[in-house]
Design a protein around this ligand. Sequence first.
Ligand code: PBG
Length: 324
Amino acid sequence: MYPLRRNRRLRFNHAVRSLVRETLISPNDFIVPLFVVEGSGVKEEIASMPDYYRYSLDLLEHEVKSLWEMGLKSVLLFVKVPDNLKDNKGTEAINKDGLMQQAIKTVKNAVPDMYVMTDVALDPYSSYGHDGIVKDQYVINDETCDVLAQMAVSHAAAGADMVAPSDMMDGRILYLREALEEEGYKNTGIMSYSAKYASAFYGPFRDALDSAPGFGDKKTYQMDPANRTEAIRETLMDIDEGADIVMVKPGLCYLDIVRDLKNEIEVPISVYQVSGEYSMLKAAAAQGWLDHDAVMMEQVTAIKRAGADLIASYFAKDVVRILS
Ligand code: PBG
């Protein structure tokens, strides 16, 4: 009698494979990143992100309605700010009539039940392209946290459901939580980009927002890709400070971190499958070198299998198209 166990029995046909499948993908897993620009009637493709667009407010409205109809219930907003509104203080970031604040209202008006998350960091508003206030070529921590807290409050005031600080300053979750509580935004959540690495995969995103650092890089605040225990430490601190959801970013190269965290913590983990991951697959598929849909589904399944409860992904619409 050999072999005693034939594992291939459970792979014999589609039906049995479906029965034993451990990881299922659904529209509920996704957060859709959206890029917003000034103007009207604007839907412009991002050069390094084929098939991904920046929308002006009027067309944003249309886009979120269609996302909602597809079953996608959460968006993560980013804005592209014109150069003349950028400075080293985050003035535009906390403008109550700024593009982000208007975008939040636009989405909420179009689809009141859409769960609106917003990126909180100064880079799109910074004349230096850095996530915080720059002094002597260095991003200064505590002064930055003060502005980020004001920014979070202004997003909450505009109607954001959850703010997502992506800046990697020390202590910022506590700054944000305290400011939100003081202003009465008790139900405004915080999704912390807690294990955010200094990654070259963010390149296309910085094209999308015209937010590349004007000098140096982000290695004095984002994490070294070589480090693992640091990711645990960062994430545990953010949970202590009040983060409702934590995040690992980028996705595919960092799935070991996702699994480590999944084994360690008890808050939902989101994974950001970032712009470079999106563009790599689009480029290879355009050449005919990879099967776009098959590789995409394999990737999001791997992210979820590693331990992601939520996935922020530019592929969200493509995935839903495949699912239905
Ligand atoms: C801004 C921010 C970045 C991303 C999300 N928020 C870029 C950066 O830190 O330089 C990257 C997202 C992506 O690449 O898709 N702090």
